[in-house]
Each structure stands twice: as structure tokens, then as C-alpha cells.
Design a protein around this ligand. Sequence first.
Ligand code: NDP
Length: 342
Amino acid sequence: MSDTYRRIVLASRPRGWATVDDFRLEVVDMPPLEDGHVRVRNHFLSLDPYMRGRMNDAKSYAAPQALGETMIGATVGEVVESRDPGFAVGDRVAGYLGWAEYGVSAAGGLTKVGTHPLSAYLGVLGMPGMTAWYGVNKILEPKPGDTLVVSAAAGAVGGVVGQLARRAGARVVGIAGGAEKCRYVTQELGFDACVDYKTAADVKALAGSIRTAAPAGVDAHFENVGGDVLNAVMSLLNPFSRVAICGLISDYNMIPGDIPKSAIRNPGLFLTARCRMQGFIVTDHLELWSEGLRALTAEVASGRMKYRESIANGVESAPAAFIGLLKGENLGKQLVRLKDDG
Ligand code: NDP
């Protein structure tokens, strides 16, 4: 094991769009290992949209990322040194060790993972999968015959949402950017239809395209994007419909103080549709993780749940891959591979 490792720190807080210059690559010394702690070689790092919010020094559900510190993030890897009886060298673990080749964690901050490919524990069998499972099963509760719409449908969360909702008997309509993503969503993931939002000139045109794909209206909507997508879907909500606000990525790079693109244009639709809209943060529901992960693991093990990964190579590639994720360059879960055979 080398005496040093590479990491990415937050160098500056962006105003508007994040750029690669907001990050810095550093080579740092391997720290000593204290009792009760474990050293992990990270094989994969997860890149997630929420990281953009942490780059701001703003009020949110979580504290901002500190400047000059390793960028936060979930990781999977193998134990290379342990001073805790619960972990041995070679154990496969998930943790939050950030954008770094190695990390040290208190034993309580690590979870041993199962036998599926390590990367799956950052996607379909990790936080994004759980997000989909929670929103579908605990908020939207699709019934046979319902129509469910999900935005960012070709992404890590959206792809799982649609497959779970189809299993529950719903007609599933995805919304995604571009023909390739729409083909993936319908042909590989089995959604009933997919709308390419990039071909719609405005909210009205987008609503028209979604209406064609959802002729019976929308009973449940899983929102990952916001902006025009949210306003278009809201105009199609059926009486007593449900909307789960999971993410509003179209506003993540907005300049503080600007009006969000996700501003709801017609609150009267709440009244006429008598709809329920609920935001959620998956980590508020850790008591449900074992139940959700059991269900997701069964779906993956049976081969019914399909997923894809977009993989960048090397910790130095993380900033550009992260900005690419915010711009929609990923298909499925965006990861960074940190070890050659990882
Ligand atoms: P994805 O893998 O879906 O990647 C993000 C996708 O968002 C891009 O590929 C892009 O797809 C789409 N996108 C980006 N900008 C826009 C835009 N302006 N308009 C429309 N689509 C856009 O990410 P995740 O699956 O990891 O996350 C999806 C959402 O879920 C995010 O909003 C995230 O913050 C949220 N989330 C919330 C959690 C919670 O606890 N509430 C937990 C985890 C995730 P396209 O090419 O189709 O535009």
C-alpha cells in the first residue's frame, strides 16, 4: 500500500453552473489507523445530483460540504486494514468515504455488502434504488390500471421507479432527454411509453406529448426534475392523484435568489385534482431500508430488474463526470471506477 492517495476537494463554491475549476485534485498522506477504525480501498465512487446542493453554503436538509475537504459521497470497496473486530481485510463494504482512492471510517460507518457486483450497491441496491422503492411504495402506491409518470426516467432512480410501478400493475410513462434514452426506457426497462422532453417547444407542447402517452390522465407522478416537466404533468393530474417530489434537478444550478424554474404556475390544479404532493428525503426513513433492500435484491436476483451504469475512470475524472451527470450525459447510475479491476 502506498503512503499517499489521491482525493478531490471542493476548492470554491459555484454561483450558477458548477465547473471543474470548483474542484481540486490533491495527493495526501495516508493517515494512521486508530482503534475501532477501518481503512478501505474504494473501488467505486457514486456521483449523485444532491452533491450540487451541498456545494452551496445555503440552508438545506443537510450541512454544506466544507471547502478544502474531501468531497462527500458514497463508496464501495474492500477493507485493507482493520482495527475493529467486526471487519477483516478483504471484506466488501459500502460507506461514505467521499471522492478519494482510500478512506478511513469508524466501524459503525461501514456496511458489509452481499455478493452482487460491488457497483450495484451504489445504485439499484443502494441509495438510488431505495429512493425509488420508498417513493413508489410509501407515497405513490400505484394500483393496477393507474397511470404513473416518472421524469429523469433513464437515470438511476427513475429506471427503478418505472420497473417497480409496472410490477404493481400501472401503465408507466417515462420522461427523458433524447431518443436513445427513450429507447432504453421502453425497450430495455419495459416502460409502456417515453416522452422526449427535449423535442417539446414549451410546457403546452410537452403536456400534449405526455397526454398522448397517458390518454387516461396521470394518477401518480414521481418528480425528479421539476421545471416545465412538473408544470406539464400537473396539468394532466386525475382526481385524487399523488405526486412525490423526489428531486428538482432543473433548479440545482440556479443562481441564489432567482425564481426557481419549478415554480408551480397554477396552484388551482391542486384544488381541481384534489391531489396530494409530498416531498421526501430517503435517509429520513432508515428504519425501512432492510425491507426495501430485501425487495430490491429479490428483483435484481430474479433478473427482472434491469439497470445500467455510466462509468468514468480514475478519481481525477470525478469533477467532469459530475458536471456531465447534471447535464444529462449519464445513462443509468453514474459511477467513478477507482480501482482497475473494480
Ligand atoms: P440521474 O441518474 O437521473 O441523473 C440525472 C438526470 O437528470 C440526467 O441524466 C438528466 O437526464 C436529468 N436532468 C438533468 N437536468 C435536467 C433538466 N434541466 N431537465 C430535465 N432533466 C434533467 O440521477 P439520480 O437518479 O441519482 O437522481 C434523480 C433525482 O432524484 C435527482 O433530482 C436527485 O436529486 C433526486 N434524488 C432524491 C433523493 C431523495 O431522497 N429525495 C435521493 C436520491 C436522488 P435527461 O437526459 O433525461 O435530461
